[in-house]
Design a protein around this ligand. Structure first.
Ligand SMILES: Cc1ncc(COP(=O)(O)O)c(C=O)c1O
Length: 429
């Protein structure tokens, strides 16, 4: 943690960065700088409810003024600075793709790796840049050496693409999948850890755990599960698709062995960008999904043998990181949690509403799931969009039946008032 003076100095430069980077257009520059400097002196919690500050933030984006997008969990929009960087680099690449991409832009790859690693609190020699969380986690799931009878612990609430990968290995190689029975939402770390602990046996080789469950936003105690697993020589794969640049944390805090995330979700990097982290000592033994000439090398870059891909997308990730730094993790997390609380605390006053997400900060942040007794997920989603143009994700999965609401930092409380109007209307059906 920086000291207070350091914080204010940083905040003032961050305010400058916001003005420069984010193309705020509604106020003269001097006024904005003044406003931001004052706002950034507040604690993240106090700033979280400062609609003036966050309404400027909205202007860093090009989101539709007519459709309220509350499905930022699927994929998030990139701010203008990121879109512009991408467009610039794309134009540049198309002047002579093989020259500009492979000889010029490629020089930005190692600095990007270093910047991502620094942000994530790990070594650059453990970071591979790729296209999404599916690719990152499939690299690990498919690349591990396991034999028939080896056990893997996972949950039916993990993301389908990862479940499919594990199930393919079960089908082809006879590994054994053991599912934990999660009751969501949960507000007990001990209970959650115990559910995983109870499935661990002498044959268990891997625990797969999703840091924030996409269906209802449940935050899982990854570190506690990993601490226990390691005592039994079990490795931990963490799906960080929903926590990277959402919850203020470092990958190193989680004590897992492997971590994959998309960067086009909460970081707001260009669509089609992702990242894999592998603990240095494990790199050698993981076979890459797309092999290179030395599949058992200890160089993390062996996981980047993806064939031709967009260097402009990759290079514009750096701009998304700058944007994230200019807001600050703590401020972003506090605002996101405030937005969830804003609508959810009001919604639960309605009789038939079923909030399937905890309101405690250790167990959730922006993403939440809500159902209405007697209504199906699809009907809720289509009626809400049809009448109110509020876009959400219909989520019927295991015991959940309703819609997933995921605001982002450009979401205003006015947008959420409209969501609440929509929920009240659904409540009358
Ligand atoms: C928990 C979780 N993991 C992984 C993914 C896959 O992300 P992508 O489609 O970017 O690969 C998602 C996507 O929503 C997700 O919710």
């Amino acid at each position: 943690m920086t000291d207070r003076r350091g914080f204010i100095t940083k905040s003032i430069s961050a305010a400058g960065a916001l003005v420069l980077n984010s193309s705020f257009i509604s106020l003269p520059k001097e006024k904005l700088t003044e406003l931001n400097i004052e706002a950034l002196k507040k604690t993240p919690e106090a700033l979280a409810s400062d609609e003036d500050f966050w309404s400027q933030m909205k202007q860093a984006y090009t989101v539709s003024p007519n459709i309220i997008n509350l499905n930022n969990g699927g994929v998030s929009p990139a701010p203008k600075v990121v879109q512009e960087s991408l467009a610039r680099q794309n134009t540049y690449a198309n002047e002579a793709p093989s020259y500009y991409m492979w000889r010029i832009m490629s020089q930005g790859k190692e600095p990007l790796r270093e910047n991502l690693a620094k942000y994530a609190g790990v070594s650059p020699e453990e970071i591979a840049i790729n296209r999404n969380a599916t690719e990152a986690l499939n690299t690990i799931i498919m690349g591990m050496t396991l034999k028939a009878g080896d056990e893997v612990i996972l949950s039916k609430y993990d993301y389908p693409n990862m479940l499919h990968a594990w199930r393919q290995r079960e089908q082809r190689e006879g590994i054994v999948l053991k599912y934990v029975d999660l009751k969501l939402p949960s507000e007990s770390k001990n209970e959650l850890v115990k559910i995983y602990a109870d499935q661990m046996t002498a044959k268990t080789k891997v625990v797969h755990v999703t840091h924030m469950i996409n269906w209802n936003g449940q935050i899982m105690p990854v570190k506690e599960i990993a601490d226990l697993a390691h005592k039994k020589n079990i490795e931990v794969v963490c799906d960080g698709a929903h926590t990277f640049a959402h919850i203020d944390h470092k990958i190193s805090d989680l004590n897992c062995d492997y971590y994959g995330t998309s960067l086009h979700k909460w970081l707001c990097a260009p669509i089609g960008s992702g990242m894999l982290w592998v603990k240095k000592e494990h790199i050698t033994k993981i076979y890459p999904l797309i092999p290179n000439d030395t599949p058992l090398s200890d160089d993390i870059r062996k996981f980047e043998n993806l064939g031709t891909r967009s260097f402009p997308i990759e290079q514009a990730i750096g701009e998304a990181l700058n944007f994230q730094y200019s807001i600050g993790n703590e401020r972003k997390e506090a605002r996101l949690r405030y937005l969830k609380d804003y609508w959810a605390k009001e919604a639960i006053k309605m009789e038939r509403i079923r909030l399937n997400t905890s309101l405690k900060s250790n167990f959730s942040c922006a993403l939440a799931h809500v159902g209405i007794a007697g209504l199906e997920a699809g009907e809720m989603e289509s009626k809400l969009f049809g009448k109110y143009k509020v876009h959400t994700s219909p989520t019927k999965w295991e015991a959940l039946n309703g819609i997933r609401i995921a605001p982002h930092i450009y979401t205003s409380t006015r947008d959420l008032d409209r969501l609440l109007d929509g929920l009240k209307y659904l409540h009358t059906l």
